[in-house]
Design a binder for this molecule. Structure first.
Ligand code: ATP
Length: 210
């Protein structure tokens, strides 16, 4: 494949129900192409899960600070989900473009990189209309029962949180079938198969943008 001109490449947005495997697939994507991508580290008002680090997985913040950033127009997109606020700051996106961003594991992403977002559905709707003009990929579970098993299996969510995520998942699956029908969809059934399909889509379109 011809070398990729990252300065010409559009940002790439990944979205899909919580527990579908977005983080798992994105870790594989970053590992497969260590110099190509930077991760847009979102802000959130939710509490960190075990093992999550501030500034790596999220910028953890308070509701007051989050609302102040909204008032100051500091987000590319932001939304409320499961009782918490999430947003992609303009600064996080700019950091990736300028080579001051992070990889998905928190290591420095030096040099101009293609910005990768992992965001929920309301954020996707906002970015679709934004000047960023991103490419969009929905990660979908094989079915809701499998999603529930994965959410329970990772052992990080309370019962209340699992129920909220499952209710929202139904909206997200429906959105993907309607307004999202022209975007890329990858069903995360078998992890290696799903990753192959995702990787091929990412790389094929990158080379055609050159
Ligand atoms: N293809 C797969 N088959 C079986 N298990 C999977 C598969 N993909 C991911 N998992 C498992 O499902 C669980 C949820 O995955 P992950 O945390 O990556 O989801 P997510 O979509 O990033 O969730 P969130 O949006 O809440 O961060 C994890 O325990 C992960 O190991």
């Amino acid at each position: 494949m011809a070398p990729v001109d990252v300065t010409a490449a559009k940002p790439i947005v990944f979205s899909g129900p919580s527990g579908t495997g977005k983080s798992t697939l994105l870790k594989k994507l970053f590992a497969a192409h260590p110099d190509l991508f930077g991760f847009s580290v979102s802000h959130t008002t939710r509490k960190p899960r075990a093992g999550e680090e501030d500034g790596v997985h999220y910028h953890f913040t308070t509701m007051d600070e989050f609302e102040k950033m909204v008032a100051e127009d500091k987000f590319e997109e932001h939304a409320k989900f499961g009782g918490n606020c999430y947003g992609s700051s303009r600064a996080a996106v700019q950091a990736v473009a300028e080579g001051q961003g992070k990889s998905i594991d928190g290591s420095p992403a030096q040099g101009h990189r293609i910005c990768i977002f992992d965001i929920e559905m309301e954020g996707v709707k906002q970015l679709k209309k934004s000047r960023l003009d991103p490419r969009i990929c929905f990660i979908q579970p094989p079915d809701v029962q499998t999603l529930e098993q994965r959410l329970r299996g990772r052992g990080t969510d309370s019962e209340d949180s699992i129920q909220k995520r499952l209710a929202q998942a139904k909206n997200e699956i429906e959105y993907c079938k309607t307004e999202g029908k022209d975007d890329k969809v990858v069903v995360n059934d078998d992890l290696d198969r799903a990753f192959k399909e995702l990787d091929e889509w990412v790389m094929k379109d990158l080379s055609s943008q050159n």
